[in-house]
Design a protein around this ligand. Sequence first.
Ligand code: AMP
Length: 220
Amino acid sequence: MHKYIIMGVQGCGKGTQAKMLREDFELVHISVGDIFRWNIQEHTKLAARINRIISAGKLVPDDIVEEIIRKRLEDHDWNYGFILDGFPRNARQSEFFLESYDIDAVIHIDVPDKLVMKRVRSRRLCSHCGLDYNLIHRRPAVPDTCDVCGGRLERRKDDNEQALRERLRNYHNKTAPVLDLFRRKELVLNVDGSGTVEEVQNEIRKRISLPISEYVEASA
Ligand code: AMP
C-alpha cells in the first residue's frame, strides 16, 4: 500500500505525473481540481457554489474541500494506495488530513514560477474527455482537437492571467508553508520538474523506489 501526496505550483505537471503513476501502480488518483471540474461540467448543485471561486483562481472554502476528501477516501477503493493531487493546500487542510491518515511521502515537483507561467499559457484541456495537452510539448495531431475523442480543446477557465497570478500568490502564501511542515516531518521528496514529462516521471519513481517502466526508461 502506497500513500502519496503530490504538490507543486500550478502547471508544474503534478496531474500528469500522478496519472502516470496511477496507471502503472494501480494507485487511486484523487484530484480535488478534477472533481470540481467534473461538477462544473455536469452543472451539479456544488458547481453553483464553486464556479466563480475557481474561475477567479481563489481557494474553495475548506469545509467543501474536506467533505470531498472525506467522502472520496471513505470509498475505500484504494487497495494499493492513493495519490492525492492538489490537497492539502493550506494549514487547516493538512491538519484535517493528518488527523485521520498517514502518508509515505510528499512528492514536491519543483518548477520556477516563470516556467509554469509559460506552461499554463500553452495548456489545453479536452472539453469532452478532459485529456490534457500542451501546445509546446504535447500537441494534438489536429489543431484544437482531442486525439482520443475528437472533442474541442479549450483553455481552463482559471488559466487566465488574473487567476494565474492569484493562484501563484495562494501557492506561495498558503501552500508553501504546508510543504515546510511536511519537510520538518522528513516526508518531502524534491523533484526537479523542469525536464520532460518522462524525465520527471523517471526521477519520481527513483525517489520513491518504484520500478521504472520500460517506456519511461526508453525515453529518458
Ligand atoms: P487544480 O486542478 O489542482 O489546479 O485546482 C483547480 C482549482 O480548484 C484551484 O485553483 C482551486 O480553486 C480549487 N481547488 C483545488 N484543490 C483545492 C484545495 N485543496 N483547496 C481549495 N481549493 C482547491
